[in-house]
Each structure stands twice: as C-alpha cells, then as structure tokens.
Ligand binder design. Structure first.
Ligand code: NAD
Length: 321
C-alpha cells in the first residue's frame, strides 16, 4: 500500500476516524515529527519514499516537486491539501511533475467566516483589551463601536466572503463588495452591493479581506490604499498575510489612519510582535481560522476522501490540478 506523509499537525488528533480509515485500509503513515509546517528541505527529506501526502500549511515549491514528483525524480503522486488554500503549492510545478493536487474547498469556510466576524467584534468592542484590564484588577469603562448597522466592505467574494456577508446582514449592516471576478448579480442575491475598490475603501467602517494570495494580490493593501480608507475603519484579515504591506498597516494604526485591525493571517508566522508594541487597537490570532472541531472534521474527512479516491482509481471529489 502507498506510503503517505501527513504534515498537518492537527490531523487525527481530536477526530480520529479518517486516520483510522487510512490505517484500516493499510496505508503506511508517516506523521509530522516536527510539530509545525515543514520547510522545503524538510519536506524533500520526508517525502522521498512517499506516494501521497496530506498537506498542512507547508510550502510545496518547485524544488520540492522536482525532487519528489512522480514525473520528475521522486514517487509522489498526490498532494491532498487539508484545507482550502492552494497558494502554498506550486501548481505549475505540480502539473509538470505529474502530481495531482486536491483540496477541501468549503470544509472551513463557515469557521473562517465566524472568526472574521469575531475579530470585527473583538476589535470594535475591545474584548481582549477589556479581558486583560479585568484580569489586571481594573474595573473601567471601555468604549468601543457597534458593528450593527455599519458599512462592511468585503474584498474577495468567494466561499468565505459570501458567508461573512450573510452573517453581517444579520447585524443589519450595509455590505459592499469588491471582487472583479464575480458578477454583480451574485453579490446582489445576498443583499450586498458590488462597488469599486475606491468606494469601498472610502466608505467602509469594517473592511474584511477574503482574496487569495498571489503575485497579483501581494501587498494589495499598501500605504496609498490605507491613506484612502475611512479613519473609522477596522480592518480584518483572515485571508493571507501577504496581501497586506505590514509596515504600511502598522503606520496606519499608529497614526490613526484607521481605527484598528484584527489579524489572523500574517506575512511571517509567527509574526514579529515587537512591531505591534504599544498598539491597543490590534487583535492578533495565530492563524486559527480553520481551527474549529467542525472544520477539522470536514478537512480530515475531505482530504482522506480525495486521497483514497485517487489511490482507488476513482475521481477525487475536489481536484485543483
Ligand atoms: P475563494 O477562492 O472561494 O474566493 C476568493 C475570492 O477572491 C474569489 O471570488 C476571487 O474572485 C476573489 N479575488 C481574487 N483576486 C482578487 C482581487 N485582486 N481583488 C478582489 N477579489 C479577488 O477563496 P475562499 O475559500 O473564500 O478563501 C479566501 C481566503 O481565505 C484565501 O486567501 C484563503 O487562503 C484564506 N483562508 C484562510 C484560512 C484561515 O485559517 N485564516 C482558512 C481558509 C482559507
């Protein structure tokens, strides 16, 4: 039976049936021995004798695929992503080296959408700051702003963006959407409005990012775009850290160009927290968007379904490339 490397550190920990399914089918499993996403050289070493991989947040670069892909010099035939994002897999190199890539596209969308709204509320109502203050023995009024009836701007209107729209409509918010690849009718169906990026930046009280990381979206929010934002804006990023120019964001937070930020995704993970020192308008989380029991079950089940279908000569449900 094929040998499979499982790099996701949460796979099979809280929810065991998919891991047990792989074992009962006779797959030979190698688990992540580092307890963190792997670097390319670490992947190359561990994938050398593997036909398949259940992939966490590691970087499957062209070097990894050239060294391990079945069509190049290795044995790897499938990367089954445990999650939706495929920006850390070099898809062109995967195609060149004959490696199939699958993902679990909607497995964590609700969980990430929940967290995006949670971060809006955490920053707006200063919940972590209030918690720290009470724990420090204080009892003081901490004023914030409401989310209800505000204008929420969504950049990216795919699986997660749409779910955020549904949630904040429940808060009676006006929802503006910037996504040049989505028809305005699809936006209107959820009671939102498709607008230009300029209009969104200038008028949104909350801006939530739901676009992929790519060469085109690198540092999508830069100094010039922060300068065009409404000073009452709270920025939430549950997408990828690379889409924000971090020094420009920190400058915007320090100079009051925007009100605050809630960040789950960071260009460097873990981020250099010294950069945020002295700022009490920022809430940072350690890329936990997908970390709910519900999403973990969906991701584990979905990635194993894809992997098993592939090795049993059936079409995997979610082939990306
Ligand atoms: P998706 O592919 O369903 O949607 C992405 C949307 O972004 C698409 O509608 C696309 O048209 C749009 N888009 C692309 N380029 C754009 C641009 N330049 N400007 C505006 N819109 C653009 O993806 P999704 O599942 O909704 O995921 C959204 C983001 O969330 C991705 O970056 C993904 O990696 C990230 N994510 C994070 C976590 C987490 O743990 N925090 C978990 C899952 C996904």
């Amino acid at each position: 039976m094929p040998k499979i490397l499982i790099t996701s550190t949460s796979f099979g920990k809280k929810y065991k049936p998919p891991l047990e399914e792989l074992r009962s089918k006779g797959y030979e499993l190698k688990l992540n021995d580092l307890g963190r996403p792997m670097q390319p050289d670490e992947l190359i070493e561990r994938l050398a004798d593997c036909e398949g991989c259940i992939a966490g947040l590691d970087h499957y670069t062209a070097d990894v695929l050239q060294a391990c892909g079945i069509g190049a010099s290795g044995r790897l035939r499938i990367i089954a992503r445990y999650g939706a994002g495929i920006d850390r897999v070099d898809l062109a190199a995967a195609a060149e080296t004959g490696v199939t890539v699958t993902n679990t596209p909607t497995a964590n969308s609700d969980s990430v959408a929940d967290l995006a709204v949670g971060l809006m509320l955490a920053v707006a109502r200063r919940i972590p700051m209030a918690h720290r203050s009470v724990c420090a023995g204080e009892w003081k009024n901490m004023y914030g702003v409401s989310l209800a009836r505000k204008t929420v701007g969504l950049i990216g209107f795919g699986r997660i963006g749409r779910r955020v729209a549904e949630r904040v409509r429940g808060f009676r918010c006006d929802v503006l959407v910037y996504d040049p690849f989505v028809e305005p009718e699809a936006v209107e169906q959820i009671g939102a409005r498709a607008v230009s990026l300029d209009e969104l930046l200038a008028s949104a009280d909350f801006i939530s990012l739901h676009l992929p990381a790519s060469d085109e979206t690198a540092r999508f929010l830069n100094a010039e775009r922060f300068a065009r934002m409404n000073p009452s804006a709270i920025l939430v990023n549950t997408s990828r850290g690379e889409v924000i120019d971090q020094p420009a964001l920190i400058n915007a937070l320090r100079t009051g160009q925007i009100r605050g930020a809630g960040l789950d995704a960071h260009a460097e993970e873990p981020p250099d927290v010294k950069a945020y020192e002295g700022l009490d308008n920022v809430v940072l989380t350690p890329h936990i968007g997908a970390y709910t029991e519900d999403a973990l079950i969906n991701m584990a089940t979905g990635s194993v379904e894809n992997l098993c279908a592939f090795f049993e000569d059936r079409e995997p449900p979610n082939v990306v490339a």
